[in-house]
Design a protein around this ligand. Structure first.
Ligand code: FES
Length: 106
């Protein structure tokens, strides 16, 4: 189990123990975090799982694949902290990761 903190569009934060091997998106869905809809179920085809990662975590996450970058271009206000949460696998190295959910996804 790895602790992931989700900050919703209202600034409420929730820290959850997510099973390793799940994605950050799946951890949110299983725990009813608002704002991560994951319409495509993790297929990198919707961008409704878009999150912003805290700066100190940017380099610790697995690198983006080309498809993720393309899909993020279609997300709401992407920036250099943007990731698709369905593409980030939870592991011990991510313990303490904090992600926030864009306002528009509320
Ligand atoms: S769930 Fe659709 S892109 Fe992540």
């Amino acid at each position: 189990m790895t602790k992931i903190t989700y900050i919703d569009y209202q600034g409420n934060s929730k820290t959850i123990d997510v099973e390793n091997g799940l994605t950050v998106m799946e951890g949110a869905i299983q725990n009813d975090i608002p704002g991560i809809d994951a319409d495509c179920g993790g297929g990198m085809a919707c961008a409704t799982c878009h999150v912003y990662v805290k700066e100190e975590w940017l380099d610790k996450l697995p690198k983006k694949e080309d498809g993720e970058e393309d899909m993020l271009d279609m997300a709401y206000e992407p920036n250099k902290f943007s990731r698709l949460s369905c593409q980030v696998l939870v592991s011990d190295e991510l313990d303490g990761l904090t992600v926030s959910i864009p306002l528009k996804q509320g």
